[in-house]
Write a protein that binds this ligand. Structure first.
Ligand code: T46
Length: 132
């Protein structure tokens, strides 16, 4: 199965413009405990480079674009996040990297757990051992 799993959010637009609703346990396939967003990323800066033991997330580029690399220790896939109506689902034990942020990129992330630095695996060799 591909590492790239999208969640499509219906655009509830009308003649005034567009609106997307993100609802925990409905359009977002888990209970949401945390929301954060990444913006004003400097040019030629890459972020991420870690995995989580226990964290489900949906990442949505609400404006601009960036390239996401996902790696489960066996295969590595990449995809552009460039649509406010498409969320990328990222499960447990998936290494992620974000590259090529456009200047206007705002990456919104919904997370299933509160922030916990102890849940991060920031060393790639350790990640590949844990993910085996
Ligand atoms: C992920 C990718 C997509 C907090 O204090 N609370 C938070 O909820 C988060 C997400 C971060 N932080 C602190 C920890 C660091 O001092 O903010 C700082 C930057 O975090 P980090 O270097 O982990 O950021 P990214 O962009 O490398 O990774 C983030 C998320 O941390 C991560 O879970 O999946 O975005």
């Amino acid at each position: 199965m591909s590492l790239i799993q999208w969640v499509d959010f219906p655009s509830l637009g009308d003649e005034r413009g567009s609106l997307v609703a993100l609802e925990a346990d409905k359009t977002v396939p888990f209970g949401v405990k945390r929301v954060y967003y990444i913006f004003a990323t400097q040019q030629n800066v890459a972020r991420g480079f870690h995995a989580h033991y226990n964290l489900k997330q949906v990442a949505i580029c609400v404006t601009g674009k960036c390239r996401m690399v996902l790696d489960d220790g066996r295969t590595r896939e990449e995809v552009w996040l460039d649509s406010p109506t498409k969320g990328l689902l990222i499960g447990d034990l998936v290494w992620r990297e974000m590259h090529d942020f456009s200047e206007d990129c705002v990456l919104l992330v919904l997370a299933s757990e509160h922030y916990d630095e102890g849940d991060y695996i920031r060393d790639y060799d350790k990640f590949t051992k844990v993910a085996q």
